[in-house]
Design a protein around this ligand. Structure first.
Ligand SMILES: NC(=O)C1=CN([C@@H]2O[C@H](COP(=O)(O)OP(=O)(O)OC[C@H]3O[C@@H](n4cnc5c(N)ncnc54)[C@H](O)[C@@H]3O)[C@@H](O)[C@H]2O)C=CC1
Ligand SMILES: O=C(O)C(=O)COP(=O)(O)O
Length: 381
């Protein structure tokens, strides 16, 4: 469900929501888009949330479809759930509540006092937690665990400058995953699902993990190999597995605690993600500016002139030259221009004075005739 606050970002006079099977844009959460063939009409997909493994990014890029996410919008929600799950994994909270609920008779308070000896837990303070992935979620989890008195070891070979700043200096970072696994009582994983991260925690890694460790996966299915987890639990190497991602393999196991993918499901996170996604989408549709894209470069330019021409094209030499030659031949003067690339894709925005519709149609055809050009849009201020 997309929070209404996000949908309210689109004015009714200019946007129609859910009224066509050929939309200009899609606003989604974790719906699987791999099986949905979204047509070339789709200029952009905004994912309200962090993970984009539900979207076929290569197909989107070659279609000229810009994919956005909402970095950090639900990170606090996940962090708070991790704190809860750490406590649940270490104190018999559920079993003691269930037991207390069943008590009856005149001496219930006496019975609770007598029975509480069966429900001793352990404390988090002084224990070591390994945090794999120190992005929006992981950096917050690291800080919260440190505030609970835990020793934190972080692991993130690709950490961004922004997230590195967020981490406090007293949180050491390991160079190798194995170092984290060997020395942590708790290991929590906060990384995206990608081909490289598939089965990141599998049999070999679970052999390296400290005996009796507790593993938390609030990232995605497939990052932690389920068969390897079952084996490690059966052998006693792993004490418990807590995850947001269910599987038939976990049914009836007391050593696995499953929550139903609720890491980002708080009112606050849903509103924040929906608004952020809608604003990003609106900005792109109305100005061509791109922020928070996962498959396109960040491209921002003040929209001052009357007309903006945006081109999505392959990232090959001499594209700018070929595009500007066409404009020069058509006697179109460029007021402002920007070109940025990311991997195989590039994006060019050109601002000019207004042009007649006929001339604009002709220009579009000329630009689209360049074989490497994927999409041309024209926007009026
Ligand atoms: N359970 C839930 O409802 C939610 C799950 N998530 C999952 O958590 C993931 C992380 O979310 P954010 O922290 O917001 O994303 P993020 O992009 O801010 O951080 C991900 C971090 O993982 C690091 N990383 C990537 N591969 C790694 C590897 N092999 N080893 C160590 N570090 C690695 C990156 O460098 C980055 O710093 C998302 O991609 C999503 O799959 C996110 C939000 C809610
Ligand atoms: O943001 C993420 O990556 C999440 O997993 C949250 O997914 P959701 O939007 O709650 O289906």
């Amino acid at each position: 469900m997309i929070a209404q606050e996000g949908l309210n970002v689109f004015p009714k006079e200019t946007y129609k929501l859910n009224e066509t099977d050929k939309p200009d844009a899609l606003l989604i959460r974790s719906q699987d888009m791999h099986k949905t063939h979204f047509g070339t009409s789709v200029l952009a997909i905004a994912r309200a949330g962090a993970g984009v493994n539900n979207i076929p990014l290569i197909e989107a890029s070659s279609n000229g479809t810009v994919v956005f996410n909402t970095p950090g919008s639900n990170a606090n929600a996940v962090k708070e759930l991790i704190v809860a799950m750490l406590l649940i994994s270490t104190r018999p909270i559920f079993s003691s509540i269930t037991w207390a609920k069943k008590l009856n008779g005149a001496d219930v308070s006496l019975q609770t006092e007598k029975g509480k000896n069966h429900f001793a837990g352990t404390e988090l303070k002084g224990k070591t937690i390994g945090v794999i992935g120190l992005g929006a979620v992981g950096s917050r989890v690291a800080r919260a665990a440190s505030d609970l008195g835990m020793h934190v070891i972080g692991y993130d070979p690709y950490i961004s400058v922004e997230h590195a700043w967020r981490l406090s200096n007293d949180i050491p970072r390991a160079g190798e995953l194995a170092d984290v696994l060997r020395s942590s009582d708790y290991v929590t994983v906060h990384i995206p699902y990608t081909e490289e991260n598939k089965d990141l925690i599998s049999e070999e890694e679970l052999q390296q993990i400290k005996k009796g460790a507790i593993l938390l996966n609030y990232s995605r299915w497939g990052i932690v190999n389920e068969n390897a987890v079952i084996k490690a639990l059966d052998s006693g190497k792993l004490k418990k597995y807590l995850t947001d991602f269910s599987s038939n393999k976990f049914i009836d196991r007391d050593d696995v605690i499953v929550t139903p993918h609720i890491g980002g499901t708080t009112i606050e996170a849903e509103v924040c993600g929906a608004k952020m996604a809608a604003q990003t989408l609106r900005k792109y549709l109305e100005t061509g500016n791109i922020v928070n894209s996962v498959n396109f470069p960040t491209v921002e330019m003040d929209f001052i002139s009357e007309l903006r021409i945006t081109l999505i094209h392959q990232n090959v030499p001499n594209m700018v030259g070929r595009i500007t030659t066409i404009l020069a031949n058509d006697e179109i003067n460029i007021d402002n221009m920007i070109n940025r690339s990311r991997d195989k894709i590039a994006y060019t925005m050109i601002d000019t004075a207004a042009i007649s519709e006929d001339k604009l149609d002709e220009l579009r055809q000329e630009l689209l005739a360049i074989p490497e050009v994927i999409r041309v849009r024209t926007l009026n201020k």
